[in-house]
Ligand binder design. Sequence first.
Ligand code: ADP
Ligand SMILES: O=P(O)(O)O[C@H]1O[C@H](CO)[C@@H](O[C@H]2O[C@H](CO)[C@@H](O)[C@H](O)[C@H]2O)[C@H](O)[C@H]1O
Length: 464
Amino acid sequence: MSEAVIRTVTSPPGLLAPLDPLLREWLPRQRWFAGKGRPVTGFSLVAATELLPADSRLGLHHLLVRAHRQLAPAPGAPEEPGDCYQLLIGTREALPPRLAPALIGHVTEGPSAGRTAYDALYDARPAEVLLEALRSRARVGGLRFEREGDGEIRPGLVPRLMTAEQSNSSVVYGDTFILKLLRRIVPGVNPDLELPLALAREGCPRVPAPAGWMVADLADRSWVLGVLQPYVQGATDGWDLALRELAKGEDFVAEAHALGRATAEVHTALARALPTVTLGHAQARQLADGMIRRLDEAARAVPLLRSYAPALRTAFTALADLAAEGRAWDAQRVHGDLHLGQCLRSPDGAWSLIDFEGEPARPLAERRLPQPTVRDVAGMLRSFDYAAHSAEVPVPGWAESCRAAYCTGYAETGGRDPRTDPVLLRAYETDKAVYEVLYEARHRPDWLPVPLAAVRRLSAPEPV
Ligand SMILES: Nc1ncnc2c1ncn2[C@@H]1O[C@H](COP(=O)(O)OP(=O)(O)O)[C@@H](O)[C@H]1O
Ligand SMILES: O=P(O)(O)O[C@H]1O[C@H](CO)[C@@H](O[C@H]2O[C@H](CO)[C@@H](O)[C@H](O)[C@H]2O)[C@H](O)[C@H]1O
């Protein structure tokens, strides 16, 4: 069905056109904007819902917009309909100074002419509107707000927008709940809701259980827009904790061991809750081919990677060779983008895993495929390496001792040591390092040396 048919415009008409030039300038500057590197040429409206009337002191519009981009960063290049983004746009007569970081621009035409448009998530009242909608299981236009179970969502929880570097945007309510608003949205079952829900229903305590979620129903398809979870109070994420220990010259062995156990616990629960499969020759071949394709794409985009590509490719051909010899692998649903920043340690020492969205750049269908659990293990091993490289004063052997402790912890709880399958582990670690090269080149060029160091190590004849 075409997008022209799926519009559920309950906002005043003509809202998007006046915002268009403002959004073109503002959207590409947002950390969560995925289409960096190619100019935004315009927007089309997928859905608009008025949450607070446009002419009130504070107007509030929920917009789903498709950002059109040029196919190449050259003047006159053809354009394509790009990704769909969720925006919560507030309008006020004037913006108080505390909302200055939220400024999108001044609207000169249409129903909001003369007002200032801003990212409403920075503002308390719009954030309260969302929580209230979840609390009351509201239906507004095509938007559906759901709650899980009978757990109480108290009114009056004070919201604050998280300022951490994120792929999405999160609002914390009174240190009790956290609402993650997905920014780049896709139709279909979203693993960021699907997996925590399945794990909660399985009784797995390692993942905060969804307390509610927000969905847009458009053209017979559901688009998950946000997930509300209990806020893990006083938690420190694994990345900050690791850097803190590194700064003191301390090892991280006990925590890495506990993280290995937590990862295995989550994997065991996911294997119970959702389908598992065996990857035979054809599927393992496809897996290796996908890794080779991603390497080729990354090497095209990042010239610094090119000279390593032939050596890196051997990690993937070794996997294909094992498959051709008849080796099969168990596969199941996994986290898909596990790293230290996705692990939260409560003050009592318990670890929780968060953010089951998978690698945001991959298509949803691919992110939901069963995969060998080694994929998540490889993600964590890479993360210890990242932390070690980010230390101001290097601590010799730090990453290696973490890697060993993590695998030991994983084996104790999961029953299988990931190191017993070195070909699969190397293939996944290489695939992750290649992904990181591309990710850093696009988002944080200063960090590029970190995955490039891994690329050098992994392309050595006998990688260590
Ligand atoms: N349940 C939670 N309790 C406490 N903090 C959380 C929780 N979920 C997420 N966070 C914090 O929010 C940050 C961003 O969450 P995440 O799900 O990783 O979002 P994104 O996909 O946008 O990166 C995390 O790094 C963590 O600090
Ligand atoms: O957390 P996100 O879902 O946004 O994941 C993306 O961003 C991560 C960085 O914030 C990136 O992770 C890489 O850097 C981390 C240190 O900042 C490091 O711990 C990870 O091992 C490394 O992969 C992640 O790859 C990306 O998908």
